[in-house]
Design a protein. Structure first.
Lengths: 286, 665
């Protein structure tokens, strides 16, 4: 299986371990990634808070690159990148005026037809069976809280992914590792997103509620599919008072553990919150 | 020939895009046209008089009106013709509105097209012949399907007018959803107290034949002459012997295996059961899926305690046929399935509210049972999970309704009112309790309705919050309701003890199947379609069939009852005459040409093609040919199209007429 890869900016910064672990895991699962040549930032929150045309033109540039590389399917592991790319496709299809302005700006128009998928969809395509087949380390006994955040499932009429109010696809993938996906209440609540920089207190408050609910339902770990969510849940735990630490892992890292990849190779040591307690249970060392 | 052509402006509907005087002028030059004129409103009295006077004064022998669709006004103009002494079938209509002015913008082109359409009608009418309506007898009996309040009302009205009525109900008892309700808005009178006397009246009425636990299996025939097959499902009880003593249900060892349908799953019932004490008829039925005898062959406790040998384990479904002249469909509604998605339906479910997961998150009908004196808690407000009195209760309106993302864009109409009633009943019983209502809009149109809602807010201090609830989850024994107060612009969290969801009213799950059996149309939600939304709200497009109650769209009790009486009145109109006149535009077989291949019989959707034997004078069979039963034929023309020897002619639309229309283009 070969698929286009849009790493997004965080893959070389705060979410480096997401990129590292994903490449390792996909390699073991026989998936070849073809990175977009000369890709640029999707614009994320900053662009659409600044200028609508810019927020569409940035993802559009990357879509054109993917077209030029003749890719039919592109995975964007970052939830924000995924959302911006797929929303841009939708906007260009439904707004002729915007489409015209964008093509004029870029000197080329998006022909569309490329399927943009998120990381959960990618693992769904690969299939539970494949993960079970390649599994070396059964994660039985681990209770994982699958956290989707806001951007993976919304807006539903554009993403058409899972049930926007009650998603369950990540749980199904997790079950292939042997771990138990718990039923909890905060899996699609917002972590505070980009407020992390200007309004830290909001993020600390929101992230704490998410972590507390996961713990209340017995979670050993929260599994995420977005570098922004990861950095908020992981980094801001230090600012929480009277707080018991909760390891936050990327979906790719979690699957990587079950495939027998060393935690260090997955970049698990790069997190703020130690995953030692979890790794002890799993039987591997950081 | 002397044909008169009348071009209608339809106010501005046609006149805006079609130059009507020009069309009339052009029509005046068509061969055979003796008189052509345009008029602002042809359907008005002066417009019709124009036709009548012209027929007499200009000695017309055929008429063409260019106006709206035949569906709208063909009858009107045919009548005008016949009033003036012209056979009504020497009239043709050119549709200059739906087929022309409404769909075009360019006046020049639209006028050209209008002239073409008029020419077509003129060429057709030249080949029309006088026709006489077909007369069929009327069976003066009605069938009412559904024994809820609508069906009960319709049956009683028809029977009280002196006509026989067959009432079919699929459940073991009549009464429908109304029998489950506690008190009714806006007067708070007890639902059972006003309903049960009606149920008894139905049971005792000499003109009503009540068939409970029965379903309509097949409908044949046409207005005035329906033949209906009804399946009487096996009750496993001989209803001629049972006296309703109730010993069997009391002694039945199955106590906690089957949920009571009447109590909406909040209590249990036995395997042999009467749905509720006031059931009509008061005859039990055996639920074979849980009965020990049917499962293991043992037990027979009910047989032992029945003093009248009424238990009949080997009873089978039986079929009866009834001849009726009209059918009233009153099959009612179901509540939205909020707990789960159904794979093959548009229903998305409301998993985020935890219905089905949390015992104290219930729907409106369940709250009715809890608030009802005859309910599982004898009317005391208790949580289903631990029987405690909820001190904080949240009601959520529009669950499913007006929510396209969950499958339904329509308003269920009654939820604003019953939620106000629920909150009020709660406050009347739990004085120190707090009641919250989340609403989108309050739709309280109706006599005394808005006053009722105001009373809930002002006198009973129910707290109304305008906004939606995003999520409900359990935390430390409380149900955390997270919502938005859109008036205050804030998010709001309530730790409730109990939550009541006002879920959408939806069509019965088998509504489309029944519609196909009877031959009526339904909308994308499964609600039955009326013939005209304003002027024919209780009729359907199939003659002789009428609608009553919530099977047509969500309705409250007063509206359902009014509609039921209207449907009954429509049946009675039918029974007012001994014969019915039907359109003569039906198929006809030319005996000398028919080869007897019976392709026509295979394609006929109305079973109107019969076999006819041709014999010589000695009685020897020469051939068997097709014959059209003109009482059943709907004039669709399918037989006409498939006939390889062109033996079938559709009267009023024969080949010569159709070719003339095409050649006129």
């Amino acid at each position: 299986m070969k698929i286009g890869y849009y790493p997004g900016c965080s893959s070389s910064g705060t979410g480096k371990e997401y990129d590292i672990s994903l490449r390792k895991v996909l390699n073991l699962l026989d998936v070849q990634l073809e990175e977009l040549n000369d890709w640029s930032c999707c614009g994320a929150t900053s662009a659409h808070a600044t200028n609508h045309l810019l927020s569409v033109a940035l993802p559009a540039r990357n879509l054109i690159i993917a077209e030029d590389q003749k890719l039919s399917e592109v995975v964007a592991p970052c939830a924000a990148c995924y959302n911006r790319l797929i929303v841009t496709q939708h906007e260009l299809e439904t707004n002729p005026q915007l489409e015209k302005e964008t093509s004029e700006l870029l000197g080329k128009s998006v022909r569309s037809g490329i399927s943009i998928i998120n990381i959960i969809e990618l693992f769904v395509h690969i299939g539970k069976e494949k993960i079970t087949e390649k599994k070396k380390n059964d994660l039985k006994g681990i209770k994982a809280a699958c956290y989707y955040g806001c951007l993976l499932v919304r807006p539903f009429n554009i993403t058409h992914f899972d049930d926007p109010e009650q998603p369950s696809s990540m749980e199904k993938i997790i079950s292939a590792t042997g771990a138990q996906a718990i039923d909890w209440n905060y899996k699609i609540e917002c972590c505070g997103g980009a407020h992390s920089f200007a309004h830290k207190e909001i993020v600390v408050d929101l992230s704490r509620k998410i972590i507390d609910d996961a713990r209340l339902h017995g979670a050993d770990v929260i599994v995420v599919a977005c570098p922004m969510c990861h950095s908020n849940l992981d980094m801001r735990q230090r600012a929480m008072k009277n707080h018991q630490e909760m390891p936050i892992l990327y979906l790719s890292e979690f699957i990587g553990l079950s495939l027998g990849i060393e935690p260090k190779e997955l970049g698990i040591g790069l997190h703020f919150i130690s995953s030692d307690s979890l790794l002890e249970k799993v039987g591997s060392k950081e | 020939m002397r044909i008169g052509v009348f071009i209608c402006h339809c106010g501005e509907n046609i006149g805006r895009t079609v130059d009507c005087p020009a069309v009339a002028e052009a029509a005046g030059r068509f061969p055979g046209v003796a008189y052509a004129v345009d008029n602002k409103y042809m359907c008005s009295d002066p417009g019709q008089n124009l036709v009548k006077n012209a027929i007499k004064e200009k000695n017309l022998d055929a008429v063409v009106v260019g106006s709206c669709s035949p569906h709208m006004h063909e009858k009107t103009f045919r009548k005008a013709c016949s009033d003036a002494g012209l056979n009504p079938y020497l009239f043709e209509m050119a549709n200059l509105r739906e087929h022309c002015s409404w769909v075009h913008e360019d006046i020049v082109e639209a006028t050209k097209k209008a002239i073409d359409l008029t020419r077509i009608a003129v060429e057709k009418v030249k080949r029309n012949v006088p026709l006489e309506p077909i007369r069929v007898p009327v069976t003066k009996r009605a069938l009412v399907i559904g024994g809820g309040i609508s069906g009960i009302q319709a049956a009683l009205d028809i029977a009280n007018a002196g006509f026989e009525c067959v009432l079919v109900e699929k459940e073991p008892s009549i009464g429908g959803h109304m029998s489950q309700l506690s008190e009714t808005f806006p007067t708070l009178d007890c639902s059972q107290c006003i309903l049960t006397p009606r149920m008894v009246e139905v049971y005792q009425h000499p003109k009503i034949k009540l068939l409970t636990y029965s379903e309509v299996e097949n409908v044949e025939g046409f207005i005035g002459n329906f033949k209906v097959t009804i399946r009487k499902k096996a009750r496993s009880i001989d209803d001629t012997k049972c006296n309703g003593c109730g010993n069997c249900a009391q002694k039945c060892p199955i106590k906690k295996k089957a949920f009571s349908e009447f109590d909406e799953g909040l209590s249990f019932r036995s395997a042999i059961y009467v749905p509720f004490p006031q059931a009509v008829p008061n005859i039990p039925v055996i639920d074979r899926s849980v009965c020990t005898y049917y499962q293991t062959g043992k037990c027979q406790m009910c047989v032992k305690v029945c003093g009248r040998e009424a238990i009949k384990f080997d009873q089978e479904d039986s079929f009866i046929t009834e001849d009726v002249g009209s059918i009233v469909v009153a099959t009612g509604y179901k509540l939205y399935t909020i707990d789960k998605k159904l794979d093959d339906s548009e229903i998305k479910g409301y998993g985020e509210y935890g219905y089905g997961k949390y015992k104290d998150v219930i729907d409106g009908l369940q709250f009715e049972r809890i608030a009802s004196a005859s309910g599982p808690t004898s009317g005391e407000i208790q949580r289903p999970s631990d029987k405690k009195t909820p001190k904080k209760i949240v009601f959520i309106q529009c669950v499913g309704s007006r929510d396209e993302s969950k499958g339904f864009s329509y308003c269920s109409k009654i939820c604003c009112m019953y939620t106000a009633k629920h909150a009020m009943l709660y406050k009347h019983k739990v004085h120190d309790g707090e009641a919250y209502v989340f609403y989108m809009d309050i739709r309280a149109g109706g006599k005394g309705y808005d006053e009722f809602v105001r009373r809930a807010i002002e006198e009973d201090h129910v707290k109304y919050i305008r906004g939606r609830v995003s999520r409900i989850y359990e935390e430390n024994g409380k149900y955390i309701v997270k919502g938005e107060d859109t008036l205050a612009g804030k998010s709001i969290t309530i730790d409730a003890d109990m939550v009541v969801l006002a879920t959408a009213m939806i069509a019965q799950p088998n509504a489309s199947k029944l519609a196909q059996t009877i031959g009526i149309s339904y909308d994308k939600y499964g609600f039955y379609n009326e013939a005209h939304p304003k002027l024919r709200p209780v009729e359907v497009s199939t003659a002789g069939i009428f609608l009553a109650g919530a099977c047509q769209s969500p309705k409250d009790i007063p509206e359902s009852v009014s509609m039921a009486s209207a449907a009954a009145a429509k049946s009675l109109v039918l029974f007012g005459s001994d014969v019915l006149e039907r359109e003569p535009t039906v198929a006809h077989v030319n005996d000398s040409v028919c080869a007897g291949c019976f392709y026509c019989q295979k394609v006929c959707a109305y079973n109107a093609i019969e076999k006819k034997e041709i014999r010589d004078r000695h009685g020897n069979l020469i051939r068997t040919i097709a014959y059209v039963n003109s009482g059943l034929c709907q004039g669709c023309g399918t037989c006409n199209a498939v006939c390889p020897s062109k033996a079938v002619e559709l009267i009023g639309f024969n080949d010569e007429q159709i070719y003339a229309e095409i050649n006129a283009l």
